[in-house]
Design a protein around this ligand. Structure first.
Ligand code: OFO
Length: 166
């Protein structure tokens, strides 16, 4: 059974994952309309993955005797300045998500809920991978700079790059 405090913390995390999915979906759709099909495929997959993270939490809360809350979501941004800005925002977003996960882990320790603490370790590992991947992509973009040919190849590479480690 999850305590009310842990139930609240997990429900907040459900919202965080849902917002991540929504945010990346907006990025994917924008990239799609700009001709960056590889980038958009990558981001659509990333958005799906965040939805899976949300679902995993929903199932866990309900299985542990709590009640998962399905959050309302804000409208996604209609446009982004550039591919570089997208990945900068994605990286910053993931860093904030890591902080949120640490807050949940911290609450588990305070409540002595070692079962949920154990469950959350999957998210802790996932964040390490996601931050590392975003950092690698940003490094690549920094190397490419304004080179159009480089950006073309980058877009092609991203079509086969998968964010899914689950
Ligand atoms: Fe759910 O891992 Fe990114 O945000």
């Amino acid at each position: 059974m999850v305590s009310p405090k842990i139930e609240k913390a997990l429900n907040k995390q459900i919202e965080v994952e849902a917002k991540s999915s929504q945010f990346y979906l907006a990025m994917a759709s924008w990239a799609d309309t700009q001709g960056f099909h590889g980038v958009s495929q990558f981001l659509y997959r990333h958005s799906d993955e965040e939805r899976q993270h949300m679902l995993k939490l929903i199932h866990y809360v309900n299985e542990r005797g709590g009640k998962a809350e399905i959050p309302a979501l804000p409208k996604g941004p209609a446009k982004f300045e550039s591919i570089q800005i997208i990945f900068k925002e994605l990286f910053e977003h993931e860093q904030r998500v890591t902080q949120e996960i640490n807050t949940v882990v911290d609450a588990c320790l305070k409540e002595k809920d070692y079962t949920t603490h154990n469950f959350m370790q999957w998210y802790v590992s996932e964040q390490i991978e996601e931050e590392a991947l975003a950092r690698t992509i940003l490094d690549k973009l920094a190397l490419i700079g304004n080179d159009k040919g480089g950006l073309y190849l980058f877009d092609r590479d991203l079509a086969s790059l998968t964010p899914d480690h689950s």
